[in-house]
Write a protein that binds this ligand. Structure first.
Ligand SMILES: [Zn+2]
Length: 435
């Protein structure tokens, strides 16, 4: 996928403009002693706008112009925003416009997928400056992983030529479930051999950077919100399709995390009653039927070994990623068996997405993750049919189904954005306290 992708089959759903929708912008508070929060709100508003004046900021955030002016003065002296031009105003006096300075600070994101680690250095706009991809051995041992992550972080920082003091922190995205309060990875079904790994503290100590750890799908959703600017304002469901399947939920510009920080375990929605056993212990989960490994198995089961031979699949469990890539390319090129296999998986994802949309009432679904390589259009079309295919559902809302604006690095960019996102510590608040 490339950035700023072409139109999705679904048209953006703006059919029902509820009064609440207009009030979705985060409001500040004029109470004293909460400057950190207000600063984060103002900074986020500047970041989302393509040039905004102090008066407009006051209107958008609900803060007084005096409070906005004070915050802007601090942001200017911290080098986080710049005055970039003037726009005419009704009174004749021209208003100074403020924009974010993307190269003021940076953060590093690491996405640990079971067999691949992607590390990226990202600027304040969510743009990737340098990246590093490295295959991980099967069942990566946490003790060996921490030094590997540290080396990868050092490498992307060194390659960028950026001084380390301008790197605000490190975000690590891993498959769930997690204990986000303590930064523990709790026996993720997709990382064999991991049991309550204190990843945050270990990586933080090894790199010397403030570190946050989160679920990969949630991180990808935060990154999409961050890098997507106005195109990703409001609410959306981010479906992450990688080795596993997960969802990140952005609801009225906030990330919905759940009581334990594990909201969005979309891959464990049951789509086939009494279906295939899932690594989570249940049967018939989406992940058990639609993961890359499941797709390869499904092709063999429904179209026979002949079809797998024709496509040149190895059927070696250690080469699932390669086989899945081959299967997806064949589907894209029109092979009927491969196309049918991908379409069935996409239909099941669409069914689960329909349930989620009915539950959450969101008007946009964003798809990301590298299991979509080559089949994004096919998967989007099938999900669109499931979600928007019923006349009554369409009358309530048309759900836009769109590819991620971040692209294949969604996990790593998302991890980096965890450091920058206002709801996380350390975030803007840490940065502003320092300056
Ligand atoms: Zn499951």
């Amino acid at each position: 996928m490339t950035s700023r992708q072409r139109d999705a089959p679904g048209t953006p759903g703006r059919s029902l403009a509820l009064p609440e929708a207009a009030a979705q912008k985060r409001s500040g508070t004029n109470l004293p002693r909460v400057g950190g929060y207000n600063q984060a709100v103002v900074l986020d508003a500047i970041r989302q706008a393509d040039g905004v004046s102090r008066v407009e900021l006051a209107g958008q955030t609900g803060l007084t112009t005096q409070t906005v002016s004070n915050i802007v003065r601090r942001l200017l002296s911290a080098g986080l925003v710049a005055e970039t031009g003037r726009a005419p105003s009704r009174g004749g006096k021209r208003r100074t416009l403020l924009t974010i300075r993307p190269d003021a600070y940076f953060s590093v994101g690491v996405h640990l997928d079971p067999d691949m680690a992607v590390t990226a250095l990202v600027d304040l706009s969510g743009r990737v400056v340098t990246r590093h991809r490295r295959r991980l051995p099967a069942a990566a041992d946490p003790d060996r992983l921490v030094p590997a992550v540290t080396r990868a972080v050092d490498r992307v920082v060194a390659a960028s030529g950026i001084a380390r003091r301008r790197v605000l922190g490190l975000g690590v995205a891993v498959p769930g479930p997690l204990d986000t309060r303590h930064g523990l990875v709790v026996e993720p079904p997709n990382l064999a051999g991991w049991h309550e790994v204190a990843l945050r503290d270990a990586v933080g100590a090894a790199t010397g950077l403030p570190t946050v750890v989160d679920n990969d799908a949630t991180a990808a959703a935060v990154g999409e919100r961050w890098a997507g600017g106005a195109d990703r304002a409001g609410s959306f469901l981010f479906l992450y399709l990688g080795t596993g399947i997960g969802a990140g939920i952005v609801y009225w510009d906030r990330v919905l995390r759940g009581d334990t920080g594990n909201a969005g375990e979309f891959g464990h929605t049951v789509v086939v009653p009494d279906g295939a056993p899932c690594r989570c212990g249940a049967r018939g989960c989406l992940e058990a039927h639609c993961s890359p490994a499941a797709l390869v198995a499904d092709l063999v089961e429904r179209h026979g070994k002949r079809a797998a031979e024709r496509l040149g699949l190895s059927l070696d469990p250690l080469r699932v990623r390669v086989d899945h890539g081959t299967l997806c390319r064949a589907a894209r090129d029109g092979d009927p068996a491969a196309r049918d296999t991908v379409a069935l998986a996409a239909r099941r994802i669409g069914q689960a997405a329909l349930t989620a949309v009915n539950l959450l009432d969101v008007s946009r679904i964003v798809l990301g993750g590298d299991a979509l390589r080559g089949v994004t259009d096919l998967v989007i079309a099938e999900i669109d049919r499931q979600v928007n295919g019923h006349a009554i559902a369409r009358r309530v809302r048309t759900v836009a189904i769109e590819p991620s604006l971040v692209g294949l690095d969604a996990g790593a960019v998302g991890a980096a954005s965890l450091v920058l996102h206002g709801t996380y510590a350390p975030g803007w608040r840490m940065l502003l306290a320092e300056s």
